[in-house]
Design a protein around this ligand. Sequence first.
Ligand code: CU
Length: 137
Amino acid sequence: MRSKSLTFPLLILSLAAIPLAAQTAVKSAHGDISNAQGTKIGTAKFTPTANGVKVTVNVSQLTPGEHGVHIHNVGKCEGPAFTSAGGHFNPSSAHHGANSLFHDGGTSLVIHAKADDLKSDPSGNSGDRIACAVIEK
Ligand SMILES: [Cu+2]
């Protein structure tokens, strides 16, 4: 399930929707977004709402255009490729009630070089990982 919930002047973000059940586990969360060189270029904020979790991303120094943004399954942002962030966060396939941004190993928010095509699941074909934030309480 995806929702295209955020629009910015330079960005159209698509996020794997975080199910309602995550609400109880997530009070609020945040992360500093770093680019491949390790420079901080923005912040991400997660706020619970009645319909799920609202994600606010403030980021600069990206190339103009659309970028895919996902929650990835590991809370580790090691540049320049950010493969450390693992695959996409997919709570419905998680075991042990790990239906939380703060499951073992944590999660991260990853910004990709290209727009998510909103078709190819789960990759979205959005290209290289260009920025990353470890999600923290
Ligand atoms: Cu991704």
